[in-house]
Ligand binder design. Structure first.
Ligand SMILES: [Zn+2]
Length: 460
């Protein structure tokens, strides 16, 4: 499917996004802000990237899809728990680790459905060879366990997506460049050689306290040579890349010193192997940089150069004072000496040598695709109406998350965007297609009209 141009190999890209995702709110003071997905989406729309890829609104993954990995009682609990009935569930909340890092919030289960729906649909699309790359920035929630929430993650969309890929692929490589260890994914596939997990992360008094490729503060690059060796030894036929952006310089929780270009090098490199590639989000807590990073990585997936000068967008003021796409590294010390990095590499290579070369598997009859449910009803649905189901109080809560002061420790900045119904999102035309996730056509003229309208609706 890939076709070659003078500039490199162009890939077909399918991108999954639901306009509701930015409305979910973990609560005041919580660093995880689904709003960053909306910021990313808005920024990449305004760069014109929607013209170069297929945009789909994901189906909501069902409980049945989720229990392909998670336990029935845990998913049942996630479906049932709400802020207004929490008191009846205190025992289960403890058992499933829901409450503090992983709070109960309005629409929690739907949020998990959208995040998982996008990742699973991306895998199905790749399996059907209908795309080269699938992107779901709402996915990548790598800490969720079979029967436990962890580290802001409830349902492990990555595990579900990999399970889907394994229906068609003998070996799947999972790479995780979040600053935290991808422990949930590792745990899920610990006993199979059909999935290899490689996680670059900080180690030592740092959540979750596990994992092997441990590095220290100030890391400023990922080593392609490690990946080259892994590819050579393991020979996967599909790749899942978790692009957690908390490894970027200046992250609110992270302490690496990676630039956006450095982060995206990993995308570029993994893409160069010309294998089916699923790109997912993950951590990332300085939200203006998350939007920058994932926008740029979408452009990298598309082999498209985009200017450093940011286009006007709904959240333009978040990106001051420079209004540039790229960020500068800080002057923090890289505590990982070359010697130390070499030692890590050495150990990793030794581990790789102990692996059987490209382990084989007996393939069995291919299970049915996780075909998203019949979407006919959803197609008829007015997207704005769906937005309004979660009532006004949701939106009020949401306004708080636009306050940058809480995010980035700088007061005085105001949110640019007001989340008024109908004003925010580009008008979309939904295309009914083969019982699949709906493709979203964004009409150029309508989009510019909308953007124009939004400019006037910029304060609260
Ligand atoms: Zn993280």
């Amino acid at each position: 499917m890939a076709y070659t141009t003078a500039g490199g190999t162009k890939k077909k890209v399918c991108y999954y996004y639901d306009g509701d995702i930015g409305n979910y709110y973990y609560g005041q003071g919580h660093p995880m802000k689904p709003h960053r997905i909306r910021m990313t989406h808005n920024l990449l729309l305004n760069y014109g990237l929607y013209r170069k890829m297929e945009i789909y609104r994901p189906h909501k993954a069902t409980a049945e899809e989720m229990t392909k990995y998670h336990s029935d009682d845990y998913i049942k609990f996630l479906r049932s728990i709400r802020p207004d009935n929490m008191s009846e569930f205190s025992k289960q909340m403890q058992r499933f680790n829901v409450g503090e890092d992983c709070p109960v919030f309005d629409g929690l289960f739907e949020f998990c459905q959208l995040s998982s729906g996008g990742s699973a649909a991306g895998s199905v699309k790749l399996n059907r060879q209908q795309t080269d790359i699938a992107v779901n920035w709402a996915g990548g929630l790598h800490h969720a366990k079979k029967s436990e929430a962890s580290g802001f993650c409830y349902v492990n969309d990555i595990v579900l997506a990999i399970l889907e890929l394994l229906k068609y692929h003998q070996r799947v490589l999972y790479i995780d460049i979040d600053i935290h260890h991808g422990d949930g994914v590792e745990e899920a596939f610990y006993t199979t050689d059909r999935v290899m997990t490689v996680s670059f992360h900080k180690y030592g008094e740092y959540f979750p306290g596990t994992g092997d490729l441990r590095v220290s503060d100030g890391l400023d690059r990922f080593e392609p040579i490690v990946m080259a060796k892994v590819m050579e030894m393991y020979q996967p036929s599909a790749i899942v890349l978790q692009c957690g952006a908390d490894s970027l310089s200046g992250d609110r929780l992270g302490c690496f010193n990676v630039t956006i270009r450095g982060h995206a090098k990993c995308v570029e490199y993994m893409k160069s192997f010309n294998l089916p590639l699923l790109m997912l989000g993950g951590g990332g807590y300085t939200i203006r940089n998350v939007a920058r990073c994932w926008t740029y990585e979408t452009a990298v997936a598309l082999d498209t150069e985009i200017p450093d000068e940011l286009p006007y967008n709904d959240y333009f003021e978040y990106f001051g004072p420079d209004f540039k796409l790229h960020i500068s590294p800080s002057n923090m010390t890289n505590q990982n000496t070359q010697e130390y990095m070499d030692k890590i590499k050495q150990r990793l290579f030794e581990n790789l040598r102990m692996l059987p070369h490209a382990p084989g598997v007996q393939m069995q009859a291919i299970p049915e695709d996780a075909v998203p449910e019949d979407t006919v009803d959803e197609d008829k649905e007015d997207p704005d109406k769906r937005l309004s189901i979660r009532a006004t109080d949701k939106r009020i809560a949401c306004d708080e998350e636009f306050s940058d002061s809480e995010d980035e420790g700088e007061g005085g900045r105001r949110n640019v965007a007001n989340n008024k119904k109908g004003a925010k999102r580009p008008r979309v035309e939904e295309d009914k297609k083969e019982g699949e996730d709906k493709k979203t056509e964004i009409k150029e003229e309508e989009k510019s009209k909308d953007i124009g309208a939004e400019k006037t609706d910029s304060k609260r």
